[in-house]
Design a protein around this ligand. Structure first.
Ligand code: HEC
Length: 294
């Protein structure tokens, strides 16, 4: 773990957010790399991480973290809202709804694979499955549903499965994230995600945490670095830069490329663990999908 303060490095031009609505510009962070240690239960880790951000941004409520960097800057929030007003994400939602209702060859449909036809289901994703010995994300569950009903799995990260994920997740809009980590396997997956987030990577030797903990609230060029808390609440998300709605995996890939690390394939074990870790941290934060951002 790189213990130097990342934003002291001259490679990036970082500056404190000009119009922080969260309170004063963040001061020198506490020893953020300690949050990467495996002490206590996942719930304890979450409490320590939440306290870290609360100390830094005392005016933010837990729910504010759903806004990502918009929680930290009025300008950023306005930009996201304006984007939302013209966002083509609604088309993706409609496409997802259509695909969702299309009957399978056996007459069933996706809704048959989820409790309550999918309503509120996404709030409990991803989850750890003892039977499958791994983290099940929504795209993985969609493909399992297809295979159960005699259809081929869809390629991850492509428009069709992204539209389906967007629609299914939107059926939990307004519901708080409720991800559990009780079984031994779930705790292991959480720890693996945590480790990944805090591990130095790529040619620049940075961890996800270097930016999203160590430099949170500072600008990296034009982008305001968001907290890790609540990151999953608005994905899939429309991003102007992508010109489309993308998954959180796509974001993971982008951030890995930024630090010149090799991006992993969609739904890799590491990415699923990472998503599980982040969703667990965001427990209680309300889902609002599709999100919008620059
Ligand atoms: C060099 C700094 C840097 C590193 C290291 C980094 N990111 Fe990011 N990340 C950014 C920037 C800049 C953004 C865009 C602004 C924002 O929302 O934080 C971003 C955005 C994100 C978002 C989207 C947040 C949202 O609300 O839309 C996710 C998720 C994310 N990063 C995850 C990761 C993960 C996982 C890693 C480690 C593989 C990582 N990041 C490493 C700079 C970084």
């Amino acid at each position: 773990m790189k213990r130097t303060l990342f934003f002291a490095a001259s490679f990036f031009a970082l500056s404190a957010a000009a119009s922080l609505i969260a309170g004063a510009a963040p001061s020198t962070p506490a020893k953020w790399w300690k949050l990467g240690e495996r002490s206590g239960s996942p719930a304890k880790t979450r409490a320590r991480i939440t306290r870290y951000y609360q100390r830094m941004f005392p005016r933010l409520t837990l729910q504010d973290y759903a806004l990502g960097s918009g929680a930290l800057s009025k300008d950023m929030r306005r930009q996201d809202e304006e984007l939302g007003a013209f966002s083509p994400a609604g088309f993706v939602l409609d496409k997802g709804a259509k695909l969702w209702r299309r009957p399978f060859p056996d007459g069933k449909s996706y809704a048959s694979c989820y409790p309550d036809g999918g309503k509120g289901a996404a709030a409990h994703y991803p989850f750890y499955s003892d039977r499958q010995q791994g983290v099940v994300t929504i795209p993985v569950s969609l493909n399992a549903c297809r295979e159960k009903h005699g259809l081929k799995p869809l390629p991850y990260g492509k428009p069709e499965i992204v539209a389906l994920e967007t629609y299914l997740t939107s059926l939990s809009n307004g519901a708080p994230i409720a991800v559990e980590a009780r079984s031994q396997g779930a705790v292991r997956a959480f720890r693996a995600g945590q480790e990944f987030f805090f591990r130095d990577e790529g040619q620049l030797g940075l961890a996800c945490a270097s930016c999203h903990f160590g430099a949170v609230g500072h600008y990296l060029r034009a982008q305001l670095l968001s907290p890790a808390l609540g990151m999953t609440a608005t994905f899939p998300k429309y991003r102007m830069k992508w010109g489309k709605v993308g998954t959180i995996d796509q974001r993971f890939r982008g951030c890995q490329k930024k630090i010149r690390a090799k991006p992993e394939p969609f739904e890799s074990v590491n990415y699923r663990n990472l998503q599980f870790f982040l969703a667990y941290l965001g427990d209680g934060i309300t889902i609002k999908v599709p999100g919008n951002g620059p």
